[in-house]
Write a protein that binds this ligand. Structure first.
Ligand code: ATP
Length: 366
């Protein structure tokens, strides 16, 4: 399959504000610049309302950008109508035709091709069977959508998106109508299909775990703005700001109010870690659950609430006066013998897992 990269350049969308008393405009997408490299799967990630769907709709041509340009393989497609862009699109609600069989649903996009693109019946059928085989639904071709599970319906929708052999594939929250088990299974299948076809894919989700697990790269958005992009592990290990640090990771990062004095980090007045080069002042401190190392002499003294056995690891749920998150969670190897009857537990900190953020701007400073 011929593929190509997608490039967004300063892409912006402003809508008139809605509501009875609304005035002015809402900036749904704000000067967004990023690339989906040829043949890769990029996860576009962010909380509800951050502009993910609007971005996708501009890429496929359903929305017109207010400003900025969109390029496929270096060619400017900003002013092309959707049908000339060569985009396959999969939505959250599958949008299958209920009265058509699976085979007819998959063939449907080929029925209306015009001019030189027009295909014979035999060729249409051959292509539909090929797409069905790709998503492994060959045995379901004569069924109607209502006779399928959610996961099967979503596979039909993917086959239908692939049947025109698009150059890029766009998926908008494709797994959100599936139950937890099917969601896991279907996301692995999407990943496999993407690798098999090598089709350049942009996958929208608000679920950070989903994005981290299947994406070659992730792009994190907030309020229409790009917060950070990179390989999932890279962004997790090296967050650019407090928002990204909090948005990625299960269990989430623990956040503290801290102070830097004489290149030492203080939590609740206690020296906990040398931070060479960090300027004096108040900071937000993010510590990943795996950043705590149990140590009877450690400087971080926490109240112990409970110890949860996870198998290889244990999760220590505790409290600390400087912690601002609801629960402080440390994940440590089960070989550490933590006495859950003790009132307190002490830790030293793993320096690579402790991030400092500016108290005002929330940008990363260490
Ligand atoms: P979700 O995950 O909930 O689908 P999203 O990240 O996809 O959210 P968008 O649907 O792109 O976000 O919406 C971004 C912002 O633009 C929101 O504030 C939304 O209310 C606003 N918006 C989207 N479409 C329109 C429209 N047609 N008119 C006015 N405002 C809109």
């Amino acid at each position: 399959m011929e593929c190509m990269n997608i490039q967004l350049q300063d892409l912006t969308k402003r809508f008139p504000a809605r509501g009875r008393k609304a005035r002015g405009e809402v900036t749904a997408v704000d000067r967004l610049t990023f690339e989906v490299p040829d043949g890769l799967l990029v996860g576009l990630l962010g909380p509800s309302g951050c502009g993910k769907s609007t971005t996708l709709n501009m890429i496929c041509g359903l929305e017109t950008p207010t400003e900025g340009r969109i390029f496929f393989g270096g060619k400017d497609v900003t002013d092309l109508p959707p049908e000339l862009r060569g985009v396959g699109m999969v939505f959250q609600n599958y949008a299958l035709y209920p009265h058509l069989t699976v085979l007819q649903n998959i063939t449907f996009p080929l029925e209306n091709l015009k001019g030189a693109q027009k295909l014979s019946r035999t060729e249409m059928r051959r292509r539909a069977l090929e797409a069905a085989a790709l998503v492994q639904i060959e045995e379901l071709l004569d069924r109607k959508p209502k006779e399928l599970s959610g996961g099967q319906q979503q596979r039909v929708a993917i086959a239908r998106a692939l049947v025109k052999m698009p150059k890029v594939l766009l998926l908008d929250e494709p797994l959100s109508n599936l139950d937890a088990r099917l969601r896991l299974q279907t996301r692995e299948e999407i990943c496999k299909i993407q690798k098999k076809t090598g089709i350049t894919t942009l996958f929208v989700t608000h679920d950070q775990e989903e994005a981290m697990s299947i994406s070659d790269r992730i792009v994190v958005m907030k309020d229409g703005l790009l917060m950070q992009q990179g390989k999932p592990q890279q962004v997790y290990d090296d967050p650019a700001n407090l928002f990204v640090a909090k948005f990625l990771g299960t269990p989430p990062i623990n956040v503290f109010e801290g102070t830097v004095r004489n290149q030492q980090l203080l939590l609740a007045g206690q020296d906990v870690l040398p931070v060479p080069g960090a300027p004096d002042g108040d900071v937000w401190v993010g510590i990943r659950p795996e950043g705590f190392v149990p140590d009877p002499q450690g400087p971080v003294v926490c109240g112990l609430s409970r110890v949860e056995v996870l198998g290889r690891d244990v999760s220590i749920v505790c409290t600390h006066p400087a912690c601002t998150t609801d629960t402080l969670r440390a994940i440590v190897n089960a070989r550490h013998d933590v006495d859950d009857a003790a009132g307190t537990v002490r830790f030293t900190l793993h320096p690579d897992k402790v991030f400092l953020f500016d108290h005002q701007t929330e940008a990363r400073i260490r």
